[in-house]
Ligand binder design. Sequence first.
Ligand code: NAP
Length: 647
Amino acid sequence: MVLSPSIGPEREPPPPLAASDAEIDAAVAAADVPPLLTALAHLTGDLALLAEDTRPDQERLVEADAGLAPEEQATARTRAAAALRRYRDGGSQAAPTPDHKALRQMIEYLVGPEAVDDYLPLLAEELALEGSDVRAPGWSAAALAPGRTLRVAVIGAGMSGLAAAHRLRQAGVEVVVLEKNADVGGTWFENTYPGCRVDVPNHLYSYSFAQTGDWPQHFSTQDVLLEYFRRCADDLDLRPLIRFGTEVLGADFDDAAASWTVRTRSAAGEETLRVDAVVSAVGQLNRPSFPDIPGRDRFRGPSFHSARWDHDVDLDGRRVAVIGTGASAAQFVPAIAPLAGHLTVFQRTPPWLIPTPNYHAEVPDALRHLMHHVPDYARWDRLWLFWRTHEGLLPFARVDPDWSPKDRSVSALNDAVRELLTAYLRAELPDDDLFAKVLPAYPPIAKRVVRDNGIWARTLTRDDVELVTTSIERITETGVRTADGIDHDVDVIIYGTGFAASRFLTPMRVRGRAGRDLHDTWAGDARAHLGITVPGFPNLFLLYGPNTNIVINGSIIYFSECEVHYVVEAMRLLLEGGHRAIEVREDVYEAYGEMVDAGNRAMAWGASSVPSWYKNERGRVSQNWPFSLHEYWRRTRAPDPDEHVFH
Ligand code: NAP
């Protein structure tokens, strides 16, 4: 994959449009109407393209065409094609960057008049228009505190760590990134299992400050995502900041100096590093979790976890057992089924499947052409994805206190989703026995919903694939024994059993003020103010920390960008105020935790008793953010000095 050379805030003007009329028609036919019209209004300056008769219906955002009737779409496409031809024939002269009023009109067209005022600043940021990387810090350390060097260690060079390094350096803060792996990419570096791909549209699952119109698929494969992060590291010149092959063992806060000593291990041995602040960017889904099934080490054949795929194990013609049917297994089971001689899939809880016809589809050439020649189409399309897949989806997960029974669904809206997804499963699996096995007995959105384009049913109905739902009693020397006494003999066992997600920052040992241990403080129930800060641990910042995961709405990159912004603003407070360290107040942290817990109890994933990685060993939802994306953005504009103590 070749990423656009315009990666980064400063973009080059689009190349002249040389498409034929037929190519223009093909591009227009492949595009989504609302972002297409907005992008063309932006490109040509012709705001008349944002006409009333083609405005998306905000009440029907979840429908494929956002409520636009076929004739309305046809009208819109005719207007769009005519606008593109005029643009081409006029020598591809792009209109100047829109002023505030025009931008507001464009955004209002997509999000409706009610939301526009609240959302305008956030969406304008997300849009990151040409030459206006508005999330870049508008200040520099040198100007705020001449002569003072603020040094920050970022742990991890995955998606969040790269963003943090980029932004902190933009602010003039000295950054060192400590990465245990040999390259950047984090989860996209480590998860190499067959079939691995992103399940959020990658036009949205990408940095607002590093966009490209060159994604080959709507949901690209792992190698493409890894290449994207490598490209970001190269083009943003982040590699010189990164120490690869360096694992962080722990960090200790020095009360007297108000600084951190980070302990690392690399090929050179164990070392320490003195920094002013530590940013943990180790992710939630970092440490593989093996199930607590007796006999696991007795199995004589090869066995491995999906996140540590052993590519040396040849699955060709072998009998393979897969334990787990979560998002990872749903991707690798279909990919290995054609190879294995026989595949036995052990399912404890079936996932709900959300029909996604374009899940494995290429972005049509015509559309990619459009993204290259009308670069702002990609940006507006991204904004449209952001809008449609965030607040629009939350109500479907919200608990109606008066709704009962709650074991099947949590509200009328949630029940409607249940009906829809049940009908999909029924159509996919007409066989009664199989249908009964895959139909979830819990409310939709209580666990991660798995994307599907029909491949799950096609895989489960193969002659050489068996779905076993009887619980596992033990692993034996030759395979898996289920509670009904049946021995399923296999050659290879693959664990698709997820991650120790709620054990944030393990196995690192982190000691804060007065030697306070972070894991002792949490006692198995990790919390953080905004998912970022913990009292007693000054100048320690977590990215993708507790309660910052999202279930159905948005992209986790959005959250990381918000968190990074907050950390950068914390640095500004230190520099401006001449402080050494900032620490969140205990009462603020407690009140925040209660608010988030109440929020999660009111969502399907908190109300349902179904097991999921969203809950920790105490049963608290420790992973998810229950409110809107806008709310998280609002809260992460900057640390409130009144809610903190300074050292
Ligand atoms: P997961 O969702 O936690 O799934 C683990 C699976 O293993 C579940 O089916 C679970 O059953 C099963 N399991 C665990 N312990 C078991 C036991 N003792 N006996 C039988 N079965 C057991 O893990 P994951 O599939 O790796 O996905 C984790 C998250 O990573 C996803 O939710 C998603 O956020 C992310 N992810 C994203 C992508 C993507 O974007 N492409 C791909 C993969 C993963 P229960 O359900 O009964 O617990």
